[in-house]
Write a new protein. Structure first.
Length: 282
DNA sequence: CGCCAGGCTTCTA
DNA sequence: TAGAAGCATGGC
């Protein structure tokens, strides 16, 4: 079943109405992306750069959102980016039999898993290791400002070709620490063809994970995040420190079998729930 | 100041 | 081959 929101072009952009299961703060500040920011106090307006474009989005009413772009751009970039063809009501309904998932989905019913660019997602989660979200954002911004193509409203994420030309010293201004050499290794292996990002969609989850782990600095967790958030492998299940705490408390015997088909999306509800309620998992 | 961060590589027993 | 130490940097 497809979601039944409406798309209406208007003077300022594209108006989405009856758009359910869609919360800007829950989607854009739940740890899956690092280049979106609220531009107002109430977090009703957000601005970000992705897919080579800068975009502003505004919540203009109940289940109503204004995307400040052309209809052509909306359909080509943002409809797939926000995965608006996927019916999250149906997915959440399938999770309700599990009382813990009922709680986690009720806590943040507007979460969605983005379909980000694979290369960018791989790099941002290489940067994420043993790091905090605030600093990750800073390193990613400096990476784009230093090596990315200038575009309207900011800088695009740099291509692997551009990054592969850089030296370790060139990356010093990013202050990425020990992760800088991992970024270069990723870029070099993509450019050389040893790592074939374009082939990942046709690989199984296990194949794809092994393939990405050829890169120095990419282990199971970084590979899982890249696969889930950048390559739409919804059977990836990233286990970071928050998820380990949450799983130990909520599912000490592992994720129930009934949830396995939705494990990637379930992971995102659980991660957000754990991160926002840390006192439950001391 | 000390502890920790959406981990991984390297060293050690 | 499992487990611990080391890693750059800075947020809190």
């Amino acid at each position: 079943m497809k979601p039944n929101y409406q798309i209406t072009p208007c003077a300022e952009g594209v108006l989405l109405s009856a758009l359910r299961d869609f919360s800007l703060p829950q989607i854009l500040d739940c740890g899956q992306c690092f280049r979106w920011q609220p531009t107002d106090e109430g977090e009703n307006c957000w601005r970000g750069i992705a897919m080579g474009r800068c975009l502003s989005i505004e919540k203009t009413g109940e289940e109503q959102f204004l995307f400040r772009c052309s209809e052509e751009e909306f359909r080509r970039l943002w409809l797939p980016y926000f995965d608006l063809e996927l019916d999250y009501s149906a997915i959440k309904a399938a999770l309700q039999d599990d009382p813990i998932m009922a709680e986690a989905t009720a806590y943040a019913p507007g979460i969605r898993v983005l379909r980000q660019d694979g290369w960018e997602t791989l790099c941002t989660f290489i940067i994420s290791q043993n790091n905090n979200i605030k600093r990750i954002r800073g390193i990613v911004e400096r990476l784009c400002e230093t090596f990315g193509q200038p575009i309207e409203g900011g800088y695009d994420f740099p291509s692997p070709q551009r990054l592969a030309q850089a030296s370790l010293e060139d990356l010093a201004p990013l202050r990425a620490g020990f992760r800088a050499k991992y970024l270069l290794d990723a870029a070099q292996k993509v450019v050389s063809g040893q790592v074939r990002l374009e082939a990942i969609p046709s690989m199984s989850y296990e194949e794809a994970s092994d393939h990405l782990q050829q890169i120095c600095g990419v282990g199971p967790k970084v590979a899982d995040c890249a696969l889930l958030f950048g390559f739409y492998k919804l059977d990836a299940f990233p286990m970071d420190v928050w998820m380990k705490r949450a799983m130990a408390t909520l599912y000490p015997h592992g994720l129930p079998e009934a949830l396995l088909p939705y494990r990637g999306i379930a992971q995102q509800y659980l991660f957000h729930y754990a991160r926002r309620n840390p006192q439950l998992f001391d």
